[in-house]
Design a protein around this ligand. Structure first.
Ligand SMILES: NC(=O)c1ccc[n+]([C@@H]2O[C@H](COP(=O)([O-])OP(=O)(O)OC[C@H]3O[C@@H](n4cnc5c(N)ncnc54)[C@H](OP(=O)(O)O)[C@@H]3O)[C@@H](O)[C@H]2O)c1
Length: 320
């Protein structure tokens, strides 16, 4: 069974989550501690997390919280950041400076660097240079793992081959993967990951929280930002039958709906990295590690998921 990690996109994201620096930081510190105590040891972040003038905030907060952990705990954690292939980051050394900045924000603790998205559709030469640059970081011993993100099956194989030629393993790929994610080439990616022993990370596994909404409270919670309200208004009505089934399974097992949605990802061999914002959510997600879906529950959720027509939007950079 795959493990569960957590993501920190909301830590510094003003637009989607209404994040407020300082005010939210104490809560996030407690959230971080609860997540580590609950056994969530893979932490996903990115140098672009933290919108507007808060750029890098997610890494900065993680760096601060990591410093307070005992060394043995810190060693047991994998920090996986993502570097963004912005158009000005070109050439084999394009990530050299951004990597240094991330490493500084994370107080020296970076285990994995992931290429945040594929530039194949608009600047194919750029991603070849950048992945070669990540290979250099690996060979220099700066990082121990390389990952990619938002890539389709063709680019995934290509990336794997490019690294394999240098004897470098490709550790992971992350794609949007949930009961409500777009129906593109998830299955092909799953098969390649199995064949090539690449870890499949499921991002947005709760569809930004939609899958955790009980079918009986179908009003969009007041606290949501405008962008999330729009998304919730679009996805809640069409997912009611699916969410009724999530609720039924959750009730029968005495767990939360969020746990059922995450264990659906695990039942497909994916390693979910849900975004967490409170200690309660962290502990709840940690509890999902202790059980798994039966084949019957999985089949019923698969069927209902396939029937939903209104789904999450595709990532615009996803390559083929
Ligand atoms: N590679 C990429 O391009 C990419 C793109 C997107 C995300 N990601 C990664 O994936 C991570 C997760 O995705 P995401 O943050 O977009 O969305 P998500 O995990 O699908 O949803 C996160 C939201 O779910 C709710 N939630 C979390 N735990 C819960 C629980 N136990 N019970 C009820 N609700 C719960 C919270 O909502 P409230 O805020 O309402 O409490 C939280 O903000 C990100 O943080 C990021 O690290 C990567």
């Amino acid at each position: 069974m795959t493990e569960i990690g957590f993501g920190t996109w909301s830590w510094g994201n003003k637009f989607l989550w209404g994040y407020q620096a300082e005010k939210d930081d104490q809560l996030l510190k407690k959230t971080f501690k609860a997540a580590i105590d609950s056994g969530l040891t893979l932490i996903d972040t990115a140098d672009s997390y933290g919108t507007g003038n808060l750029t890098g905030r997610s890494e900065t907060l993680l760096g601060k919280y990591l410093e307070e952990l005992p060394l043995s705990k810190k060693r047991s954690i994998t920090i996986a950041t993502k570097l963004a292939p912005y158009p000005w980051r070109v050439g084999r050394k394009g990530f050299k400076h951004p990597f240094k900045l991330s490493k500084k924000r994370l107080k020296g603790k970076i285990d994995r660097v992931q290429l945040h998205w594929s530039t194949y559709r608009y600047a194919p030469w750029q991603e070849a240079q950048l992945i070669d640059g990540l290979g250099d970081l690996y060979e220099n011993g700066d990082i121990t793992e390389i990952g990619v993100s938002n890539m389709g099956p063709r680019r995934l194989r290509w990336m794997h081959n490019r690294l394999t030629r240098r004897g470098i393993p490709l550790k992971s790929i992350q794609i949007q993967f949930s009961l409500l994610s777009p129906q593109n080439n998830k299955k092909q990616i799953q098969d390649i990951c199995k064949e090539l022993n690449i870890q499949l990370l499921a991002y947005s596994p709760l569809a930004l929280g939609v899958l955790a909404v009980k079918p009986s409270d179908d009003k969009v919670p007041k606290a949501k930002t405008l962008l999330r309200k729009i998304l919730f208004n679009r996805l809640l009505p069409g997912s009611i039958v699916l969410r009724k089934e999530l609720e039924r399974i959750a009730r029968e097992r005495g767990v939360s709906q969020a746990q059922v949605a995450l264990n659906w990802c695990r039942s497909h061999g994916a390693h979910p990295i849900p975004g967490i914002r409170t200690p309660l959510q962290a502990r709840d997600i940690g509890s999902a590690r202790r059980w798994k879906l039966s084949d019957k529950e999985k089949a019923s959720l698969d069927k209902l998921s396939n029937e939903v027509t209104q789904r999450m939007p595709n990532n615009p950079f996803l390559s083929d």
